[in-house]
Design a protein around this ligand. Structure first.
Ligand SMILES: Nc1nc2c(c(=O)[nH]1)N[C@H]1C(S)=C(S)[C@@H](COP(=O)(O)O)O[C@H]1N2
Ligand SMILES: [Mo]
Length: 525
């Protein structure tokens, strides 16, 4: 074999070149978001392109899909979304790599276009206040474009018959592979470092939470009666531990707010004296402690998005009152209290409900500790009897008095009801669906809730038999869920157990919460 033939052999054909191009795209496509993540650590974690594009995607997702995502991925929906974005980016990277083999500049420019999309998303997020939020995407895509340009430049010229490569243009497979591998490893490292820095961000916020000393409440929660817990294995604990409390957030990266810098402004229709509250002001106001069961409107009948905790906070009604606000029933002009979060979330509660004497509060404590970041540190709102999306604003920073006619909050714009009082629901916690209990005495037990109204009766029905009254556990307060149990003499075979309390007709979660009986099918052996 001649030298020439040998040289030609080593040079890849067209298909091989395109594959190598695609392979160059991957490290380049990896470098862009990784470098962006690193820059985001310096600018603002929420300004990273994956988080920004993810947030924009969430805002544009139809309510039904979002509802499905919350239901089927639980709180993992955020992870699923981020992985999805990375998968799409990988596809782009492969395509741009192939493109770059034909037109080196165009391929590199493609990376910049993707960067521009990220920059647009980052600067148009509701929590973005500065154009510097574009920096992570811009710098990241510049790095990616430059890498793609260089890597593809290392590929040999196209192989044409016995054409001879010019001196110095020798195709060095080894160096190409080394360069690509190094770039891939570097971007993985950068990405990991960026993520770690982002996660470690908010030092001041973490310190401010650590240094928060909740004063003893001025008004204690009534003691939970001994018999509030039915004492049947498999029933949820009466107080849900913080770590097990369900969580719903549209923000992909939960902002960590420094309590010492936190302010809450109260303004709007009927406010005669505007007010700005600091965290210390709140702690000095004499805190109220209450057990309150909270739930999400996306909770299906029998679903897990409900929890009961001991909350401490400022009485919410006092604040508008001190600002001169009167509820509509006393002639006030505003019927909607709009809460705004630092992350851009908005929610509107009826002013009447907030001021009618129920234990609506600005909570600072959850089960004896400052609010966890995931549950709204430093301050979140709670209104007993209303679903989370119309009352439970986390990291609240602004309260505006307005009307329902004048303003639609985040979820209302997405087809959920303007006003949403919590519907009565009962859940069978045990036996679990498709359990196989033995014949004889089987305890059927669960939790029922009708926050703000109270639960007076739960009935259990086996198949189409008569309704049997369940034994209710001691009632804590009207604001909390109530456990119940029923001793069932189970006979062999398949049975359907139904806990009857709420309206019979099963309804979807959209627009104002699910209703209907919870049934569990078991086979007795
Ligand atoms: N800032 C902010 N507050 C929020 C939300 C949110 O996405 N962002 N979700 C709301 C919804 S739909 C519910 S059900 C509750 C959930 O509160 P938790 O996560 O503390 O259980 O918070 C509400 N407050
Ligand atoms: Mo919710």
């Amino acid at each position: 074999m001649s030298d020439e033939e040998n040289e030609a052999r080593k040079k890849p054909g067209t298909t091989a070149r395109l594959s190598l191009g695609a392979l160059s795209g991957l490290p380049a496509g990896g470098t862009a978001p990784a470098a962006a993540e690193l820059v985001a650590a310096a600018v603002r974690p929420q300004a990273g392109p994956v988080v920004a594009v993810g947030g924009a995607a969430i805002d544009r997702t139809p309510a039904a899909v979002k509802d499905w995502a919350i239901r089927d991925f639980g709180t993992d929906d955020e992870l699923v979304l981020q992985l999805g974005i990375l998968a799409v980016l990988a596809l782009f990277a492969l395509t741009l790599g192939v493109l770059a083999v034909r037109h080196r500049r165009t391929g590199a420019a493609g990376v910049l276009v993707v960067g521009a999309v990220g920059a647009e998303a980052a600067t148009s997020r509701p929590d973005s206040t500065s154009l510097t939020d574009a920096l992570p995407s811009v710098l990241g895509s510049l790095a990616g474009a430059a890498l793609l340009y260089c890597l593809v430049g290392r590929l040999p010229a196209a192989h044409r018959g016995g054409g001879r490569a010019g001196a110095g243009e020798g195709w060095d497979r080894c160096r190409f592979v080394l360069a690509a591998t190094a770039a891939a490893a570097a971007s993985a490292g950068e990405g990991a470092l960026g993520r770690a820095l982002n996660g470690a961000g908010g030092q001041e916020a973490v310190a401010s939470r650590k240094n928060t000393d909740l004063p003893p409440p001025a008004s204690r929660a009534p003691a939970v009666p001994r018999g509030a817990q039915v004492g049947v294995a498999g029933v949820s604990p009466f107080i849900t531990p913080n770590a097990d409390f369900y969580r719903v957030d549209t923000a992909l990266v939960v902002p960590r707010v420094d309590a010492t810098a936190w302010r809450l402004r109260i303004q709007g229709d009927g406010v005669t004296r505007e007010k700005t509250l600091t965290f210390d002001d709140s702690l000095r106001r004499g805190l109220t402690e209450r057990d309150i069961t909270r739930t999400c409107v996306s909770n299906e009948v029998g679903g897990p998005y409900v929890g009961n905790a001991r909350w401490t906070g400022v009485r919410l009604a006092d604040l508008p009152e001190e600002c001169g606000v009167r509820p509509p029933s006393r002639g006030g002009p505003a019927d909607q209290l709009v809460a705004r979060s630092v992350d851009g979330m908005t929610m509107g509660s009826p002013v009447e409900d907030v001021m009618d004497g129920r234990d609506a509060m600005l909570a600072v404590g959850m089960n004896g500790e400052p609010l966890p970041f995931d549950h709204g540190f430093p301050v979140r709102m709670l209104v007993p009897g209303l679903y989370g999306y119309v009352s439970a604003c986390k990291r609240i920073e602004d309260i505006e008095l307005t009307t329902f006619d004048a303003y639609d909050a985040y979820w209302v714009e997405r087809d959920w009801a303007r006003e949403a009082a919590i519907r009565t629901q009962s859940r069978i916690d045990t036996p679990k669906p498709f359990a196989r209990p033995k014949t004889g005495a089987v305890m059927v037990a669960g939790v029922a809730r009708a926050q703000h109204r109270g639960v007076d009766k739960v009935e259990v029905r086996v198949d189409d038999g008569p309704r049997q009254e369940a034994t209710l556990a001691a009632e804590d307060t009207r604001g909390t869920w109530r456990q119940w149990s029923y001793a069932w003499q189970a006979t062999r075979g398949g049975h359907t157990l139904t806990g009857e309390l709420q309206t019979e007709k099963r309804t979807r979660t959209v627009p104002d919460g699910a209703g209907g009986w919870h049934s569990v099918v078991v086979t007795v052996e």
